[in-house]
Design a protein around this ligand. Structure first.
Ligand code: SAM
Length: 224
């Protein structure tokens, strides 16, 4: 792929002006953001905007998160390269690819089968052999691959699902947006045996986490 088709200069600009300028300086994370071709994770009509400072529509009323939010959430997981990670809310697969660059094994779960299928093919084509896409209700986690050193939820939850807490390894980190439909706080839970320490990482706005331990299908109607 040529440099131009790869759009590396736009990614380098994005990293400098949207990520580093807001205080994120973790070098492996910055390099992952420079490497992953975000324009390939959005529909063709959105590709020109792929490196702009905002979320973009990816179909089925869902979005690919703003690059800064991807960076902030990933940094909060404190990955060192050897982790078993669960992502809830696969969407476009962009966040999963970033995680795939920075950890050993990623399981990512999406409730919409068409999105999951499309993303699985894309991640395979791009060579992310350590990322597995599954379809289901991620509020219940994915017990088959638990326990997880890190869990990242990329949709807004009304409360922290107990199933996700139960699947966190000792010392593991869970990062999740929690709050109302219009506004959430990004929360990090760190497990110390039976104890969970909670930190507030700031405000954010995500599409709803819908499932048994999330919002109900009916409750989501006010969101759109
Ligand atoms: N991480 C994604 C990316 O990089 O493009 C962005 C995710 S988008 C903001 C949130 C995703 O969560 C949507 O694709 C939505 O369908 C999914 N979702 C919502 N509730 C879910 C659930 N209970 N289980 C799995 N996925 C869910």
């Amino acid at each position: 792929m040529s440099t131009e088709a790869n759009r590396y200069p736009e990614r380098a600009y994005m990293v400098q002006h949207q990520i580093m300028s807001r205080g994120i300086h973790d070098e492996p994370l910055l390099n992952a953001l420079r490497r992953v071709p975000r324009h390939q994770f959005v529909p063709p009509d959105q590709a020109p905007a792929a490196y702009q400072d905002r979320p973009l529509p990816i179909g089925l009323g869902q979005t690919i998160s703003q690059p800064y939010m991807v960076a902030l959430m990933t940094e909060a997981l404190h990955l060192t390269g050897d982790e078993n990670v669960l992502e809830v809310g696969t969407g476009s697969g962009y966040q999963a690819a970033i995680l795939g660059e920075l950890a050993r094994q990623i399981t990512t779960i999406e409730r919409h089968a068409p999105l999951a299928d499309r993303t699985q093919r894309l991640l395979q084509d791009l060579g992310y052999a350590n990322v597995t896409v599954v379809t289901g209700d991620g509020t219940l986690g994915w017990p088959a691959s638990a326990p997880y050193d890190a869990i990242l939820v990329t949709a807004g939850a009304p409360h922290i699902p107990s199933a996700l807490q139960a699947q966190l390894a000792d010392g593991g980190r869970l990062v999740i947006p929690v709050g109302s439909s219009g506004f959430q706080n990004l929360v990090r839970l760190t497990r110390h045996g039976p104890r969970f320490d909670q930190e507030d990482l700031g405000g954010c706005v995500f599409v709803p986490l819908i499932g048994k331990q999330g919002w109900g299908e009916d409750e989501r109607r006010g969101w759109w």
